[in-house]
Design a protein around this ligand. Structure first.
Ligand code: CAO
Length: 439
């Protein structure tokens, strides 16, 4: 049987060496001079190349074993030729490589013969201190065994860059792992730096109880979801907010007259939603979303508008559907119905989906203005604050007018400033046009 037993070669003076790295597994194809294992003397570590080509069977020693010249250390099956071997038979390669390599051919089964094997030395090898026998000696700066070398090759790691933490600075598999992890971590932090996170330090962890009595309150599901969505939208969308005021003096008179006549409640929010619906039709660039591929817009041919509602559980945004097909009364009914459902926690997931644009009205609460965060994948949101009587110049005199603060936030990847400016101007015009709502 063509089993070659490989033996410890002439060690050039050293009597014993330690086996420190066994890198092959049964069935591994071994080419001539492939590293079989690593031996280490007091002064150097050596890759021990295979004297034959074949298929590795097993080691006859364990890691940490102390071996002598001539000890059997491994078995290689030379019967199993590899494709490369077929073209270049092992014996020819062996003869080319080193005449001192003992080959299994023409030898009886399991020949136990002292082989003088070429040994490649690695880091810390000093010729004068460790003269090898008849083999070739290749001194390099890298001190690593075959397992580590194989692993490094698989990962494409240059061992020159890896710092060894093994005995006498030997590079271990873990050192390569740690090197790769560090490179990846550095790359992530470089990406973060490039993406603008440089200099943003994490929020300090403060023990507030040192300043007074505290209580930790669990966030509701809605609050957690809102926090995550706001964070994502704030960070990922280049927001611009355009500010203006609409003169709603006549509209408010009209709204109040409707209330009296119809004995039904119609709030300013219904007028705003109606007006936004009209603008999404005349300014279709606002009725889009950015496609995931970053190369297309999704143009919507339906008009559904989200309405931010403040509830005890947190902020929710039900959607009023097909606003373009509804009059002010239909919309008023939807506003009241969805706001009530929201406050009672009875909105279905479907009622909160499909919005094209959002209205966030803080008008009943107060404030001069705020910058709303876009509700992705929408690309625009209108923030409305409390209307106030203001002294305005009509060209000849100051007159009191009811002015409504508006803030239009838009995704600057999808909307240009001029488009946003026109959108707001048109909105202001509509809110001043009572005929539009009465017709
Ligand atoms: N300026 C002055 N008054 C306003 C106004 C404004 N901009 N907007 C509404 N009002 C008036 C209403 O017309 C109504 O007056 P009347 O009683 O005379 O009719 C009154 O304020 C109360 O309105 P309302 O709040 O009950 O109803 P609404 O239709 O105006 O709003 C809703 C409904 C659901 C939008 C509102 O209740 C709400 O929840 N707003 C908060 C939205 C929010 O939290 N946004 C922030 C999101 S980001 O954190």
């Amino acid at each position: 049987m063509p089993i070659q037993i490989v033996m410890v070669p002439d060690l050039g003076g050293a009597e014993t060496v330690e086996v420190i790295d066994l890198g092959l597994a049964s069935g591994d194809v071994v080419a001539l001079e492939d590293s079989l294992l690593v031996l280490e003397s007091d002064k150097a570590a050596m890759d021990m190349p295979s004297p034959v080509a074949g298929v590795f069977k097993k080691y006859l020693v364990t890691e940490g074993a102390i071996v002598h010249v001539g000890d059997a250390i491994a078995e290689i099956d030379m019967a199993k030729e590899t494709p490369a071997d077929a073209e270049n038979p092992p014996e020819e390669k062996a003869i080319e490589a080193s005449s001192s390599v003992v080959m299994a051919k023409n030898k009886p089964e399991a020949v136990m013969e002292k082989a003088s094997i070429p040994v490649s030395t690695v880091q810390r090898f000093e010729m004068a201190d460790f003269e090898l026998g008849s083999g070739k000696t290749i001194a390099t700066d890298i001190y690593a065994g075959p397992v580590a070398r194989k692993f490094a090759r698989e990962l494409g790691v240059s061992l020159i860059e890896v710092i060894g933490t093994g005995s006498r600075g030997r590079i271990l598999k873990d050192d390569i792992n740690n090197f790769v992890k560090k490179v990846m971590k550095d790359r992530v932090s470089t990406t973060e730096k490039v993406s603008g996170d440089i200099g943003i330090s994490p929020a300090p962890i403060v023990d507030f109880s040192q300043f007074g009595v505290i209580k930790t309150i669990k966030m509701s599901k809605i609050q957690k979801l809102t926090a995550a969505n706001m964070q994502r939208n704030w960070r990922s969308i280049p927001h611009v907010t355009q500010l203006d005021e609409a003169d709603i003096t006549e509209l408010e008179v009209f709204r109040k007259s409707l209330k009296v006549k119809q004995e039904k409640r119609v709030t300013l929010v219904a007028f705003l939603i109606k007006a936004i619906g009209s603008l999404l039709q005349s300014n279709p660039e606002f009725n889009r979303s950015l496609a995931v591929d970053g190369k297309h817009f999704i143009q919507k041919h339906y008009i559904h508008i989200g309405m931010a509602v403040d509830t005890p559980r947190g902020l929710v945004v039900p959607v009023i559907r097909d606003v373009d097909e509804k009059d002010i009364w239909d919309i008023s009914v939807d506003v009241a119905m969805l706001a009530n459902k929201a406050r009672d926690g009875k909105l279905s997931p479907a009622e909160m989906k499909g919005g094209c644009f959002t209205l966030s009205s803080l008008g009943a609460i107060g404030g001069n203005g705020f910058t709303p965060i876009i509700n992705a994948p929408e690309i625009g949101i209108l923030g409305v604050s409390k209307s106030q009587m203001k002294s305005t110049w009509d060209g000849s005199v100051f007159v009191p007018r009811l002015m409504l603060p508006l803030a239009l936030s838009y995704d600057h990847r999808a909307i240009n400033g001029a488009e946003a400016g026109r959108f707001l101007v048109h909105l202001i015009k509509l809110l001043g046009d009572v005929d539009y709502f009465s017709s």
